[in-house]
Write a protein that binds this ligand. Structure first.
Ligand SMILES: CC(C)(COP(=O)(O)OP(=O)(O)OC[C@H]1O[C@@H](n2cnc3c(N)ncnc32)[C@H](O)[C@@H]1OP(=O)(O)O)[C@@H](O)C(=O)NCCC(=O)NCCS
Length: 142
């Protein structure tokens, strides 16, 4: 079934995204652009951090801070008019840290009835669980 038969469904997703739910979806605006008129990479990194932090917080269920970013790749540009979805998954966990893989996908309107999905960026975001004194604290999972 597609959106023409069920208006609540997502437009047809590529196989890689089927069954996955974005942690965050944002529509970039003009102030998020760079001098070339495309979307500024720093804006994208910041949205990826928000999405990764949301996933990490759900896992840790406590206060976290971003400690490092690794393996960041900008595969394709993001354009004004794209909707950008951020997909996350737990990549690894340590004693006090958790690393989240974040992928950003642009949903681009190509004609009146079609969208294409383009993987635009990906990276690994690491967060540390901290206590009230801002010191690393053990992550506990029941
Ligand atoms: C995060 C912070 C509390 C860590 O304190 P620290 O004394 O350096 O902690 P540690 O060296 O004991 O490392 C804690 C964990 O982080 C991991 N870590 C530290 N630096 C890292 C890096 N650059 N990348 C990935 N992981 C890192 C360690 O491997 C360790 O993981 P583990 O406990 O799962 O084995 C401290 O560095 C800090 O406050 N940084 C500023 C955070 C911040 O302001 N972020 C931006 C706004 S959210």
């Amino acid at each position: 079934m597609d959106t023409q038969n069920n208006p609540d469904m997502e437009p047809e997703l590529p196989a890689e995204l089927q069954g996955r739910v974005p942690t965050l979806r944002v529509i970039p605006m003009l102030p998020d652009s760079n001098p070339n008129g495309d979307i500024f990479g720093g804006w994208i990194l910041s949205q990826m951090d928000l999405a990764g932090a949301s996933r990490a917080h759900q896992y840790v269920r406590g206060r976290i801070v971003t400690v490092g970013l690794d393996a960041i790749s900008f595969h394709k540009p993001v354009f004004l008019g794209d909707q950008v979805s951020f997909y996350t998954k737990v990549f690894k966990t340590g004693t006090t840290s958790i690393t989240i893989k974040v992928e950003s996908w642009a949903m681009r309107h190509t004609s009146q009835k079609a969208y294409e999905y383009i993987k635009v960026t990906e990276g690994l975001y690491t967060y540390v669980h901290i206590d009230q004194n801002r010191k690393p604290a053990k992550i506990h999972r029941e």
